[in-house]
Design a protein around this ligand. Structure first.
Ligand code: APR
Length: 332
């Protein structure tokens, strides 16, 4: 499942498509990992970098790897940490995003990052790891072409932080393959039975799961009705899922479900953060959803996230079943 791996060692030894260099704006080499990469790649790397006319903070540029085992070096310039109030987080996230964007543009499918800005540039390691993981997971959710992202930690401090966070962390992966669809449908059967039978009864749950959440129905929604499904993994286990669909200037949150045993791990909140960021990045004005009027816990959870109740709506779901819902919306 996971395309993200944490390793300990010297990034210049990795025999993969691309390694990322934590450079400075001149791109003419320096200390730290920058110096090591230039030494290992040889003088041709410097010559190639001289033609690039430098690089702005938060941006990335690419060269061949020359004498490195890696085919390419993607040079990025991380922010120097000041006080966290000068856009440092956004610039660091941009480094990871721009490197991955360049990787996709150059058909690079395996890429290794050092812990950008956490050395000479003084970025607090824990904050940097959270930014790196969130940015990379978000990008992987949108770009399945990237097969593997390695976080190559030179020092134990970073290595331990990554592993702690990743193991307790939540991974969000877009449903792309039929195997993903089967995982989602399996989650739907479990979650709908444990969550909805007390609210709408077994017969209606059976009807709805077989009609709207079977593998075929999910596949049809993705391929023909422009739904996007995502699986929420907690400690690498499928633990929940959500489905979204853009309609006009709104993002319709069709479903956001978590296994009962996985409640309290922050999956719903993390899923909503992912959805909100996606809606904002698409310039949408609001997120809307419908929720059964008797689903008190979900209504309260959405209100806690900032949704307002826009009043009752009746949904005829066929086979004589009608859903008494509330429509709720979250305005940006
Ligand atoms: N492999 C992997 N990671 C490494 C290696 C290596 N061979 N050498 C150092 N690192 C790690 C450091 O332990 C740190 O966690 O790279 C991370 C980034 O540290 P720096 O290299 O100091 O980079 P950064 O903090 O982004 O500062 C960039 O330092 O080297 C100069 O020219 C560079 O001016 C720029 C500044």
């Amino acid at each position: 499942m996971s395309k993200i791996e944490i390793i300990r060692g010297d990034i210049t030894l990795l025999n993969i498509d691309a390694i990322v260099n934590a450079a400075n704006r001149s791109l003419l080499g320096g200390g730290g990992v920058d110096g090591t990469i230039h030494r290992a790649a040889g003088s041709e790397l410097l010559k190639a970098c001289e033609l690039l006319n430098g690089c702005s903070t938060g941006q990335a540029k690419i060269t061949p790897g020359f004498r490195l085992p890696a085919r390419y070096v993607i040079h990025t310039v991380g922010p120097v940490w000041r006080d966290g109030k000068h856009g440092e987080s956004e610039l660091l996230s941009s480094c990871y995003h721009q490197c991955l964007k360049l990787a996709v543009e150059n058909n690079i499918s395996t890429i290794a990052f050092p812990n950008i800005s956490t050395g000479v540039y003084g970025f607090p390691k824990e904050q940097a790891v959270i930014i790196a993981l969130e940015t990379v997971q978000h990008f992987l959710g949108e770009n399945p072409e990237i097969e593997q992202v390695l976080f190559c930690c030179f020092d134990k401090g970073n290595f331990d932080i990554y592993n702690t966070l990743l193991n307790s962390n939540i991974m969000i992966e877009k449903v792309i393959s039929y195997e993903d669809i089967l995982i989602t449908a399996d989650l739907a059967v479990k979650i709908w039975n444990e969550h909805y039978v007390p609210i709408i009864g077994q017969e209606q749950v059976n009807y709805m799961v077989s009609t709207f959440q079977s593998p075929g129905a999910i596949e049809n929604q993705i391929n023909n009705e422009h739904y996007e499904y995502y699986i929420l993994y907690h400690q690498s286990e499928p633990s929940g899922y959500f489905a979204i669909k853009q309609s006009g200037d709104e993002l319709f949150l069709s479903k956001l479900y978590v296994l009962k045993e996985k409640r309290g791990a922050g999956l719903g909140k993390e899923g909503f953060r992912f959805i909100s960021r996606k809606a904002k990045e698409s310039g949408l004005l609001r997120i809307t959803l419908t929720v059964n009027i008797n689903n008190i816990n979900s209504i309260k959870a959405y209100e806690k996230l900032g949704f307002k109740n826009d009043g009752p709506v009746i949904a005829d779901i066929g086979n004589g079943f009608v859903m008494d819902d509330f429509k709720m919306s979250f305005e940006f």
